[in-house]
Design a protein around this ligand. Structure first.
Ligand code: SF4
Length: 350
């Protein structure tokens, strides 16, 4: 039962009090469906039990430190965990959709050279509750609108925190809980091939994105240390396994870095590498971080996109969102976690 795995501390407290088994289900629904952050809000539970739970196991595990709002409507949440670690989450409103980008680790061990989170190194894994709670907070914040999509593309490599990430996603997908369709949930990996295969074997229809960033082996090793562990042929073999097994579209993430991976030869090589009807190239211009890279110009990025399409690739160029609050892709942890001041004024937390 998901509630048992997701709320082990709550279950322990309920058992110690001799509460009937259905109380756990009620507590689970209160957190994942009613989105309570204080047991006092869980009115399906008797008052005495609410008081007991409040004393022993908090309904919310992440403290909302602040919410920054960008001029384009993007919101960035800064959370503090029980041990003082800080994590960030981003909510992107776009064309009637509300997409939440969540973190799975404090920092990241993968060390991608263009990524602010990578500069932090890894502090620890988040647990399933901390991962899912980021979505619950965003959902409360946008109500009565709803969260329509969740992308696991924030801080961390989710495949290095596989079990907790998967449990959190199952809870988000649970029709007795948050109830978000699996096809509205996507996980991004830097390319851990064994985990890509394992993810393909999961019964839920979650989407997958693989960070490619260049079709050339040597160049990939230079910007993504993970490439030294898994070659591009190994990665593409895992990608093939994923689409064969799931028949789902597979996304390849590509951050355009000026002079590094945005040349015509890259398009030519990508067209060969991604020649599959279920492969999609998802491009994004580099968002500035103090990593020494520069963004491809808008004009060159569009030319790259058209060139890719001319070569038969299914490709899109995503607009960057939330840049003025460092909430864009690869920018998480750029300021707050490295002790520098926040850029914009922030509003009080919900
Ligand atoms: S791009 Fe993703 S995998 Fe790479 S360092 Fe940043 S957070 Fe980690």
């Amino acid at each position: 039962m998901k509630a048992t795995q997701f709320l082990p501390d709550v279950q322990k407290t309920l058992e110690a009090r001799g509460e009937p088994a259905y109380r756990l289900k009620q507590a689970y629904a209160a957190i994942t469906e009613s989105l309570v952050r204080d047991w006092d809000e869980a009115t399906s539970l008797p008052k005495a039990l609410r008081e007991a739970l409040s004393e022993e196991v908090p309904a919310a595990t992440l403290e909302i430190v602040r919410i920054a709002r960008a001029t384009d409507g993007t919101r960035k949440y800064l959370f503090k965990a029980h041990d003082g670690h800080l994590i960030e989450t981003v909510m992107i409103p776009e064309k009637g959709r509300n997409t939440v980008c969540i973190s799975t680790q404090v920092g990241c061990a993968m060390g991608c050279k263009f990524c602010a989170t990578g500069l932090l190194g890894i502090k620890r894994n988040l647990n399933a509750r901390e991962i899912a709670e980021q979505v619950f907070v965003a959902a409360r914040d946008v109500a009565p609108e709803r969260i329509s999509n969740v992308v696991v593309m924030g801080m961390g490599e989710p495949m290095l925190n596989y079990n907790a990430t998967l449990l959190a996603l199952k809870v988000l997908n649970d029709s007795d809980g948050f109830g978000l369709a699996a096809r509205h949930i996507a996980v991004s990996t830097s390319g851990l091939v064994d985990k890509i295969r394992r993810f393909a074997d999961e019964p839920e229809q979650f989407h997958l994105a693989i960070s490619l960033h260049t079709p050339f082996e040597e160049e990939r090793r230079e910007i993504m240390p993970v490439a030294s562990r898994h070659s591009i042929p190994e990665l593409m073999s895992a990608a093939q396994y994923f689409v064969d097994k799931t028949r789902r579209k597979l996304f390849f993430e590509y951050t355009l870095l000026a002079g590094v991976n945005d040349q015509p030869r890259h398009v030519v090589a990508l067209a060969k590498l991604l020649d599959h009807p279920l492969y999609h190239l998802n491009m994004l211009r580099f968002n500035w971080t103090d990593t020494g890279f520069e963004a491809t110009s808008k004009k060159d990025a569009k030319a790259f996109l058209y060139h890719a399409r001319d070569r038969g690739l299914s490709a899109t160029l995503r607009p960057s969102r939330g840049e003025d609050i460092d909430a864009a892709c690869g920018q998480l942890a750029a300021k707050d976690l490295r002790g520098k001041p926040e850029l914009l004024p922030v509003v009080p937390a919900v």
